[in-house]
Design a protein around this ligand. Sequence first.
Ligand SMILES: [Fe+2]
Ligand SMILES: [Fe+2]
Length: 207
Amino acid sequence: MEPFDEPFSIDTKTILGLQLPTDPRWVNLAERSLQDILTDHAYCEQKAAISCISLIQRYSRKEKLVHELAPIVTEEWGHFRLVLAELQKRQLTLGNQRKDEYVNALLLFGQKGGAEEGRLLDQLLFMAMIEARSCERFKRLSEGLQDEYLRKFYRRFMESEAGHYTLFIELAETYIEKEKVRKRWQEWLLYEAELMQKLEVRGDRMH
Ligand SMILES: [Fe+2]
Ligand SMILES: [Fe+2]
């Protein structure tokens, strides 16, 4: 049995802390636009790898961060390749990268100037936020798709992203007081839930 065949349960409300579950219509829409959803997913994985590289470059003196994120770059790039292979297998092509409204809106929420501590905290929570929501979305796909192969395919991603979400929170707690991390994370969760409510439900994107 492959590890991803094991039952895996994530209570999105209590563990991931997300305040708003994904609209149930999303899975059905995504199922009908497989090429678009795979393309969008492929770019999400690329962006995850790139973001980890930038964090390593920006915080090269933070040893734990560098050592923990270095293998994540490889893992995210591996995810990109898995999605690319899936497109190829289905004789679908990687489409163009779209404007990512979700990520752009999250970027607006992060602290830009000021002390390094606040900026680092928001950069790590920004990553944690995307990992948490992606994990929830993969969970929806792994439970709601008709195709059994694809359900398993997405379950693997769900498990990975759950690990990444906790890693980013853990890294934040390494460098910043736990109480501050917890408080700011609650603010991120509320902001993200409001954002999710505003975004149109579309089957051609992961978020
Ligand atoms: Fe990933
Ligand atoms: Fe990830």
